[in-house]
Design a protein around this ligand. Structure first.
Ligand SMILES: Nc1nc2c(ncn2[C@@H]2O[C@H](COP(=O)(O)OP(=O)(O)OP(=O)(O)O)[C@@H](O)[C@H]2O)c(=O)[nH]1
Ligand SMILES: [Mg+2]
Ligand SMILES: [Zn+2]
Length: 307
Protein backbone atom coordinates (compact mmCIF):
# COMPACT_ATOMS: atom_id res chain seq x y z
CA UNK A 1 0.00 0.00 0.00
CA UNK A 2 2.75 2.41 -1.00
CA UNK A 3 4.40 2.21 2.37
CA UNK A 4 1.20 2.98 4.25
CA UNK A 5 0.42 0.63 7.16
CA UNK A 6 -3.18 -0.34 7.80
CA UNK A 7 -4.78 -2.98 9.93
CA UNK A 8 -7.75 -4.50 8.12
CA UNK A 9 -10.14 -7.37 8.87
CA UNK A 10 -10.50 -10.31 6.46
CA UNK A 11 -13.86 -10.79 4.74
CA UNK A 12 -15.70 -13.82 6.16
CA UNK A 13 -15.82 -15.53 2.76
CA UNK A 14 -12.04 -15.98 2.87
CA UNK A 15 -12.58 -18.53 5.62
CA UNK A 16 -15.24 -20.48 3.70
CA UNK A 17 -14.67 -23.53 1.54
CA UNK A 18 -12.19 -26.34 1.97
CA UNK A 19 -8.77 -24.78 2.16
CA UNK A 20 -5.71 -26.82 2.98
CA UNK A 21 -3.98 -23.75 4.30
CA UNK A 22 -3.78 -22.93 7.95
CA UNK A 23 -4.48 -19.24 7.31
CA UNK A 24 -6.09 -17.56 4.29
CA UNK A 25 -3.49 -14.78 4.07
CA UNK A 26 0.30 -14.88 4.02
CA UNK A 27 2.98 -12.21 4.20
CA UNK A 28 3.66 -10.96 0.68
CA UNK A 29 0.14 -11.65 -0.58
CA UNK A 30 -1.47 -9.19 -2.97
CA UNK A 31 -4.99 -8.35 -1.95
CA UNK A 32 -8.21 -6.75 -3.18
CA UNK A 33 -9.90 -4.31 -0.81
CA UNK A 34 -13.65 -4.32 -0.28
CA UNK A 35 -15.77 -1.46 -1.72
CA UNK A 36 -15.43 0.61 1.45
CA UNK A 37 -11.67 0.03 1.57
CA UNK A 38 -12.05 -1.20 5.13
CA UNK A 39 -11.66 -4.92 4.65
CA UNK A 40 -9.65 -7.46 2.65
CA UNK A 41 -12.08 -8.95 0.17
CA UNK A 42 -9.90 -11.29 -1.85
CA UNK A 43 -6.37 -12.64 -2.13
CA UNK A 44 -4.92 -12.63 -5.64
CA UNK A 45 -3.39 -15.82 -7.02
CA UNK A 46 0.23 -16.23 -5.95
CA UNK A 47 3.10 -16.43 -8.42
CA UNK A 48 4.98 -18.57 -5.89
CA UNK A 49 5.07 -19.38 -2.22
CA UNK A 50 7.35 -20.95 0.34
CA UNK A 51 5.32 -23.35 2.40
CA UNK A 52 5.80 -26.27 4.75
CA UNK A 53 3.63 -28.83 6.50
CA UNK A 54 1.99 -27.20 9.50
CA UNK A 55 2.82 -28.95 12.74
CA UNK A 56 -0.83 -29.08 13.85
CA UNK A 57 -2.72 -32.31 14.58
CA UNK A 58 -5.43 -33.74 12.31
CA UNK A 59 -5.68 -33.22 8.56
CA UNK A 60 -2.48 -32.15 6.89
CA UNK A 61 -2.35 -28.41 6.36
CA UNK A 62 0.11 -26.06 4.74
CA UNK A 63 1.69 -23.10 6.45
CA UNK A 64 2.68 -20.45 3.93
CA UNK A 65 5.75 -18.60 5.20
CA UNK A 66 5.74 -16.02 2.40
CA UNK A 67 4.05 -15.43 -0.94
CA UNK A 68 5.01 -13.97 -4.34
CA UNK A 69 8.75 -14.51 -4.10
CA UNK A 70 11.51 -14.39 -6.65
CA UNK A 71 14.16 -15.88 -4.40
CA UNK A 72 14.81 -17.90 -1.24
CA UNK A 73 17.80 -17.26 0.99
CA UNK A 74 18.29 -20.21 3.31
CA UNK A 75 20.41 -19.20 6.29
CA UNK A 76 22.28 -21.73 8.43
CA UNK A 77 25.15 -21.14 10.85
CA UNK A 78 28.14 -23.46 10.64
CA UNK A 79 28.08 -23.53 14.45
CA UNK A 80 26.10 -22.08 17.42
CA UNK A 81 23.53 -23.40 16.66
CA UNK A 82 25.02 -26.37 14.76
CA UNK A 83 24.31 -26.77 11.04
CA UNK A 84 21.15 -28.86 10.52
CA UNK A 85 21.23 -30.50 7.09
CA UNK A 86 17.63 -31.78 7.18
CA UNK A 87 16.25 -28.33 7.86
CA UNK A 88 18.34 -26.74 5.10
CA UNK A 89 17.46 -29.53 2.66
CA UNK A 90 13.76 -29.07 3.47
CA UNK A 91 13.92 -25.36 2.64
CA UNK A 92 15.90 -25.99 -0.56
CA UNK A 93 13.49 -28.73 -1.68
CA UNK A 94 10.46 -26.52 -1.00
CA UNK A 95 12.03 -23.76 -3.09
CA UNK A 96 12.92 -26.19 -5.90
CA UNK A 97 9.35 -27.42 -5.98
CA UNK A 98 8.08 -23.88 -6.57
CA UNK A 99 10.94 -23.23 -9.01
CA UNK A 100 12.16 -20.36 -6.88
CA UNK A 101 15.95 -19.93 -7.12
CA UNK A 102 17.62 -20.55 -3.77
CA UNK A 103 20.94 -19.55 -2.25
CA UNK A 104 22.44 -20.81 1.01
CA UNK A 105 24.19 -18.41 3.39
CA UNK A 106 26.56 -20.28 5.71
CA UNK A 107 26.69 -17.79 8.56
CA UNK A 108 29.15 -17.47 11.47
CA UNK A 109 31.92 -18.77 9.20
CA UNK A 110 34.34 -17.08 11.65
CA UNK A 111 33.52 -19.83 14.19
CA UNK A 112 34.57 -22.70 11.88
CA UNK A 113 35.90 -21.75 8.42
CA UNK A 114 36.73 -25.40 7.62
CA UNK A 115 33.13 -26.47 8.23
CA UNK A 116 31.91 -23.68 5.95
CA UNK A 117 34.17 -24.99 3.18
CA UNK A 118 32.93 -28.57 3.74
CA UNK A 119 29.28 -27.57 3.48
CA UNK A 120 30.02 -25.58 0.33
CA UNK A 121 31.31 -28.81 -1.21
CA UNK A 122 28.15 -30.66 -0.21
CA UNK A 123 25.86 -28.14 -1.90
CA UNK A 124 27.85 -27.46 -5.09
CA UNK A 125 26.67 -30.72 -6.80
CA UNK A 126 23.09 -29.77 -5.86
CA UNK A 127 23.51 -26.61 -7.93
CA UNK A 128 22.96 -24.42 -4.88
CA UNK A 129 25.05 -21.31 -4.62
CA UNK A 130 26.56 -21.02 -1.15
CA UNK A 131 28.08 -17.96 0.48
CA UNK A 132 30.14 -18.28 3.65
CA UNK A 133 29.53 -15.13 5.71
CA UNK A 134 30.65 -13.57 8.95
CA UNK A 135 29.57 -10.28 10.46
CA UNK A 136 31.75 -10.56 13.57
CA UNK A 137 33.74 -7.34 13.92
CA UNK A 138 37.27 -7.83 12.63
CA UNK A 139 36.26 -11.08 10.83
CA UNK A 140 33.76 -9.70 8.31
CA UNK A 141 33.66 -11.55 5.01
CA UNK A 142 33.43 -8.36 2.99
CA UNK A 143 33.18 -9.91 -0.49
CA UNK A 144 30.54 -12.47 0.54
CA UNK A 145 28.46 -9.78 2.28
CA UNK A 146 28.61 -7.69 -0.89
CA UNK A 147 27.41 -10.73 -2.82
CA UNK A 148 24.45 -11.14 -0.47
CA UNK A 149 23.59 -7.46 -0.96
CA UNK A 150 23.80 -7.84 -4.76
CA UNK A 151 21.63 -10.95 -4.58
CA UNK A 152 18.85 -9.10 -2.78
CA UNK A 153 18.83 -6.16 -5.18
CA UNK A 154 15.54 -5.95 -7.15
CA UNK A 155 14.41 -9.34 -5.85
CA UNK A 156 11.70 -10.34 -3.47
CA UNK A 157 13.63 -12.61 -1.15
CA UNK A 158 12.47 -14.61 1.84
CA UNK A 159 15.15 -15.31 4.43
CA UNK A 160 14.53 -18.58 6.22
CA UNK A 161 16.38 -20.74 8.74
CA UNK A 162 16.79 -21.91 12.33
CA UNK A 163 16.32 -19.45 15.18
CA UNK A 164 19.66 -17.92 16.08
CA UNK A 165 21.25 -18.71 12.71
CA UNK A 166 21.91 -15.01 12.18
CA UNK A 167 19.23 -14.03 9.65
CA UNK A 168 18.47 -10.62 11.14
CA UNK A 169 22.17 -9.97 11.80
CA UNK A 170 22.95 -10.69 8.16
CA UNK A 171 20.27 -8.30 6.94
CA UNK A 172 21.48 -5.60 9.33
CA UNK A 173 24.92 -5.97 7.76
CA UNK A 174 23.84 -5.82 4.11
CA UNK A 175 20.70 -3.65 3.94
CA UNK A 176 21.45 0.05 4.47
CA UNK A 177 19.35 1.73 7.15
CA UNK A 178 17.97 -1.49 8.61
CA UNK A 179 18.22 -2.18 12.35
CA UNK A 180 16.47 -5.44 13.15
CA UNK A 181 16.53 -6.83 16.65
CA UNK A 182 19.23 -9.45 17.09
CA UNK A 183 19.19 -12.15 19.75
CA UNK A 184 21.70 -13.05 22.41
CA UNK A 185 22.78 -16.64 22.56
CA UNK A 186 21.49 -17.40 26.09
CA UNK A 187 18.07 -16.26 25.02
CA UNK A 188 18.31 -18.47 21.91
CA UNK A 189 19.48 -21.53 23.89
CA UNK A 190 16.27 -21.27 25.90
CA UNK A 191 14.41 -21.80 22.64
CA UNK A 192 13.15 -18.24 22.30
CA UNK A 193 12.87 -16.50 18.96
CA UNK A 194 14.19 -12.99 18.54
CA UNK A 195 12.23 -12.18 15.38
CA UNK A 196 8.61 -12.96 16.25
CA UNK A 197 6.79 -12.01 13.06
CA UNK A 198 7.74 -11.75 9.41
CA UNK A 199 9.04 -8.32 8.51
CA UNK A 200 8.73 -7.16 4.88
CA UNK A 201 11.51 -4.64 4.29
CA UNK A 202 11.69 -2.43 1.19
CA UNK A 203 15.23 -2.19 -0.22
CA UNK A 204 16.63 1.26 -0.99
CA UNK A 205 17.55 0.29 -4.57
CA UNK A 206 14.30 -1.61 -5.26
CA UNK A 207 12.93 -4.97 -4.22
CA UNK A 208 11.93 -6.40 -0.86
CA UNK A 209 13.39 -8.78 1.66
CA UNK A 210 11.32 -10.74 4.17
CA UNK A 211 12.94 -11.57 7.50
CA UNK A 212 11.12 -14.48 9.12
CA UNK A 213 11.08 -15.89 12.67
CA UNK A 214 13.25 -18.99 13.00
CA UNK A 215 11.83 -22.40 12.10
CA UNK A 216 12.75 -25.60 13.96
CA UNK A 217 11.81 -27.97 11.16
CA UNK A 218 10.81 -27.83 7.55
CA UNK A 219 8.65 -30.76 6.46
CA UNK A 220 7.42 -30.73 2.88
CA UNK A 221 3.71 -30.40 2.30
CA UNK A 222 2.17 -33.08 0.06
CA UNK A 223 5.10 -34.19 -2.06
CA UNK A 224 4.71 -37.52 -3.85
CA UNK A 225 7.34 -40.25 -3.41
CA UNK A 226 8.15 -40.20 -7.14
CA UNK A 227 8.36 -36.40 -7.27
CA UNK A 228 10.74 -36.06 -4.35
CA UNK A 229 13.96 -37.02 -6.13
CA UNK A 230 13.51 -34.18 -8.59
CA UNK A 231 13.87 -31.75 -5.68
CA UNK A 232 17.40 -33.13 -5.13
CA UNK A 233 19.08 -32.34 -8.48
CA UNK A 234 22.23 -34.41 -7.85
CA UNK A 235 20.04 -37.46 -7.07
CA UNK A 236 17.70 -36.93 -10.04
CA UNK A 237 20.74 -36.72 -12.36
CA UNK A 238 21.61 -40.34 -11.51
CA UNK A 239 18.14 -41.79 -12.17
CA UNK A 240 18.85 -42.70 -15.83
CA UNK A 241 21.58 -45.03 -14.59
CA UNK A 242 19.38 -46.91 -12.10
CA UNK A 243 18.15 -50.30 -13.26
CA UNK A 244 14.50 -49.55 -12.52
CA UNK A 245 12.82 -46.59 -14.16
CA UNK A 246 10.74 -46.10 -11.04
CA UNK A 247 13.70 -46.50 -8.70
CA UNK A 248 13.20 -44.61 -5.45
CA UNK A 249 16.84 -45.22 -4.48
CA UNK A 250 15.87 -46.93 -1.23
CA UNK A 251 16.21 -50.74 -1.26
CA UNK A 252 16.30 -51.40 -5.01
CA UNK A 253 19.09 -53.41 -6.60
CA UNK A 254 21.51 -51.80 -9.05
CA UNK A 255 20.69 -48.30 -7.89
CA UNK A 256 23.09 -45.66 -9.18
CA UNK A 257 22.27 -43.33 -6.28
CA UNK A 258 23.24 -45.84 -3.62
CA UNK A 259 26.35 -46.71 -5.65
CA UNK A 260 27.30 -43.01 -5.70
CA UNK A 261 26.75 -42.85 -1.95
CA UNK A 262 28.94 -45.91 -1.36
CA UNK A 263 31.62 -44.50 -3.66
CA UNK A 264 31.69 -41.12 -1.91
CA UNK A 265 30.26 -39.19 -4.89
CA UNK A 266 27.00 -38.34 -3.09
CA UNK A 267 26.99 -36.52 0.25
CA UNK A 268 25.64 -38.79 3.04
CA UNK A 269 23.73 -35.90 4.62
CA UNK A 270 21.87 -35.20 1.38
CA UNK A 271 20.96 -38.87 0.98
CA UNK A 272 19.79 -39.04 4.63
CA UNK A 273 17.55 -36.01 4.10
CA UNK A 274 16.14 -37.59 0.94
CA UNK A 275 15.41 -40.88 2.73
CA UNK A 276 13.71 -39.16 5.67
CA UNK A 277 11.50 -37.18 3.28
CA UNK A 278 10.83 -40.32 1.21
CA UNK A 279 9.61 -42.21 4.28
CA UNK A 280 7.29 -39.30 5.05
CA UNK A 281 5.94 -39.28 1.49
CA UNK A 282 5.41 -43.08 1.43
CA UNK A 283 3.63 -42.96 4.78
CA UNK A 284 1.27 -40.28 3.48
CA UNK A 285 0.52 -42.39 0.37
CA UNK A 286 -0.46 -45.48 2.40
CA UNK A 287 -4.23 -45.91 2.64
CA UNK A 288 -5.34 -45.20 6.21
CA UNK A 289 -5.18 -48.27 8.44
CA UNK A 290 -3.09 -50.28 5.99
CA UNK A 291 0.37 -49.71 7.32
CA UNK A 292 3.06 -50.86 4.92
CA UNK A 293 0.68 -51.59 2.05
CA UNK A 294 1.65 -48.77 -0.33
CA UNK A 295 3.91 -49.58 -3.21
CA UNK A 296 7.27 -50.45 -1.78
CA UNK A 297 10.48 -49.42 -3.47
CA UNK A 298 11.86 -52.08 -5.78
CA UNK A 299 8.73 -52.76 -7.81
CA UNK A 300 8.20 -51.54 -11.33
CA UNK A 301 9.66 -52.20 -14.73
CA UNK A 302 13.27 -52.69 -15.59
CA UNK A 303 14.74 -50.64 -18.37
CA UNK A 304 14.72 -52.35 -21.78
CA UNK A 305 17.95 -54.17 -22.57
CA UNK A 306 18.75 -54.89 -18.93
CA UNK A 307 18.82 -58.31 -17.29
N1 LIG B 1 30.29 -15.25 15.71
C1 LIG B 1 29.27 -14.80 15.00
N2 LIG B 1 28.05 -14.59 15.58
C2 LIG B 1 27.04 -14.14 14.82
C3 LIG B 1 27.19 -13.90 13.43
N3 LIG B 1 26.01 -13.50 12.93
C4 LIG B 1 25.14 -13.49 13.97
N4 LIG B 1 25.76 -13.87 15.11
C5 LIG B 1 25.14 -13.95 16.45
O1 LIG B 1 24.09 -14.90 16.43
C6 LIG B 1 23.06 -14.52 17.33
C7 LIG B 1 21.68 -14.63 16.67
O2 LIG B 1 21.55 -13.69 15.65
P1 LIG B 1 20.13 -13.25 15.03
O3 LIG B 1 20.48 -12.40 13.86
O4 LIG B 1 19.25 -12.67 16.06
O5 LIG B 1 19.53 -14.66 14.56
P2 LIG B 1 18.13 -14.92 13.80
O6 LIG B 1 18.41 -16.00 12.82
O7 LIG B 1 17.57 -13.66 13.26
O8 LIG B 1 17.21 -15.48 14.99
P3 LIG B 1 15.57 -15.47 15.08
O9 LIG B 1 15.13 -14.08 14.85
O10 LIG B 1 15.29 -15.97 16.48
O11 LIG B 1 15.09 -16.44 14.05
C8 LIG B 1 23.43 -13.11 17.81
O12 LIG B 1 23.99 -13.22 19.10
C9 LIG B 1 24.45 -12.65 16.82
O13 LIG B 1 25.37 -11.74 17.37
C10 LIG B 1 28.50 -14.12 12.85
O14 LIG B 1 28.74 -13.93 11.65
N5 LIG B 1 29.47 -14.57 13.67
MG1 LIG C 1 15.78 -12.70 13.55
ZN1 LIG D 1 18.12 -45.66 -7.81
Amino acid sequence: MDGERRQLPLAGKLFEGASREKRPLAVGDRIVLGPSGRSIDAVLPRSSQLHRRASSEGEEQAQVLAANLTQVLAVASVDSPPFQPELVDGILAAAARERIPATLALTKADLDPAAAARWQQVYAPAGVRTLATSIRPGHETVAALQEVAALLHHNRTVVCGLSGAGKSSLLNAVVPGVQLRVGDLNHIRQGRHTTTHTELLPLPGGGHVLDTPGVRNFHLFCVGSQELQFLFPEIAALLPQCEYRSCLHAEEEHCAVRAALAGGALAPSRYRSYRTMLEGALDAERPAGRAGSARRPGGGRRRPGRR
